[in-house]
Ligand binder design. Structure first.
Ligand SMILES: *Cc1c(COP(=O)(O)O)cnc(C)c1O
Length: 405
């Protein structure tokens, strides 16, 4: 990402200069330099599936792309057939009934809806509650709308869930949105229905819109089925949920997802969108329908592949002394680093042995002390990364976790 220059011929809007510094800039530059030198990097830095989109989805797309009626502007609110398919998928998966006409809004990727949502609810000076660490658009979308994000620290001792009394304390009279994300990027944590129930009750009391990002709802292991926020009673009064086909069907480049839940929030997000975009290319919507109509068991090989990668990475790192947990969901490993080092420093050291990982502080201040590794490379490359990291002896006695500073 190029830095914003505030000193050009035309002064740029303050909202752009107010965006937090891009914390991955340093590691990105180092990665580019290493690649330019022809070094063979194992890139565990990007949360982008390495495997291709399944063939049956490509076939649906190939057919749809030849149909001229898909070449024109799509409907802003998505094809009725897509909204109906989403409603069926939701009912089967979560036992939650959604009205396809008023409670579902297809998006050009869930990031698009997440980033536009504050424009519908946040007045200049208002605030939102964002987890720390978190996926960056919750924070930056708030700032672009003129609002102030308030950080809710996610602590390991609380299973990376924000503390309910902490949410209550941080919430001000002008706080509009509470962002949540489970299964969580970057921590890999999952939430329970009990937690969602407490959140729904608090949101109702505080008049907060809950925006739950469930992009990883289908990427869970050992038979776990992560819940939807909309499963708890009262959730539809206070919340919407974001879903994405990106991670579930290896479709990150296609740009298709949706928001669903509270009808008023869906309507106003739709109003913002109708003024900034003109819908999702219809052939992609047809492909999305094919993806969502496929039986869930089609996902088994994908989940099994991530589970094998997880075993190689976690076991390999533990042998080297890393306190690596076993993530129950997502394709991320979020692990502590030696206490005497900063996450950016560890990322630089890994790069010295040609391994790319993401420093935890890039996701927020509370991410300091951790590093994220994405299991989006084949098993042999994960083994290679583990071998390379072993050479650093990061957890040798002199630099071990117990050597506090
Ligand atoms: C990858 C990801 C998304 C998905 O984004 P799309 O725009 O749908 O591709 C959403 N939220 C989180 C937390 C993610 O990591």
């Amino acid at each position: 990402m190029t830095p914003v220059h505030s000193s050009g011929p035309i002064p740029v809007a303050q909202r752009l200069t107010q965006l937090p510094p891009y914390l991955f800039a340093q590691i990105d530059a180092a990665k580019r330099a290493a690649r330019a030198q022809g070094r063979d990097l194992v890139d565990l830095g990007v949360g982008d599936p390495d495997q291709p989109t399944p063939a049956f989805i490509l076939q649906a797309m190939a057919k749809a792309i030849r149909d001229p009626k898909n070449h024109r502007y799509a409907l802003d609110q998505g094809m009725p057939a897509l909204r109906e398919t989403i409603a069926e998928w939701y009912l089967t998966r979560f036992r939650v009934k959604l009205d396809p006409a008023t409670e579902i809004l297809p998006l050009i990727g869930s990031k698009e809806g997440i980033a536009h949502l504050p424009l519908a609810f946040v007045n200049p000076g208002d605030s939102t509650l964002v987890p720390d660490p978190c996926y960056p658009p919750y924070r930056t979308g708030t700032i672009l709308a003129g609002g102030t994000p308030i950080a809710l620290p996610l602590r390991e001792e609380n299973d990376f869930l924000p503390d309910i009394s902490g949410i209550r304390r941080s919430c001000k009279s002008n706080t509009k949105i509470l962002y949540l994300n489970y299964p969580n990027n970057p921590t890999g944590a999952t939430a329970t229905l009990g937690f969602f129930k407490d959140v729904a009750a608090l949101a109702l009391q505080k008049k907060l819109l809950v925006a739950h990002d469930a992009a990883y709802s289908e990427l869970a292991f050992d038979g776990l089925k992560p819940p939807s926020f909309l499963q708890v009673s009262g959730a539809k009064e206070v919340g919407i949920e974001f879903h994405s086909l990106s991670k579930t069907y290896n479709m990150t480049g296609w740009r298709i997802g949706w928001a669903c839940g509270n009808a008023q929030a869906i309507a106003v997000l739709g109003k913002v969108k109708s003024n900034v975009d003109s819908g999702i290319f219809q052939a992609i919507q047809v492909a999305g329908i094919a993806a969502l109509k496929s039986p869930p068991k089609k996902l088994a090989p994908l989940l099994a592949a991530y589970q094998r990668r997880r075993a190689i990475l976690v076991e390999g790192l533990r042998k080297q002394g890393w306190p690596a947990p076993t993530p129950k969901a997502t394709f991320y490993l979020w692990t502590r680093i030696p206490k005497n080092k900063r996450s950016a420093e560890v990322a630089q050291e890994l790069l010295r042995v040609n391994v790319v990982a993401t420093p935890g502080n890039g996701f927020g201040e509370a991410g300091e002390g951790y590093i994220r590794m994405a299991m989006t490379v084949p098993e042999a490359r994960i083994r290679e990364a583990v071998r390379r990291m072993g050479r650093l002896k990061l957890w040798s006695t002199r630099t071990s976790a117990s050597a506090r500073i």
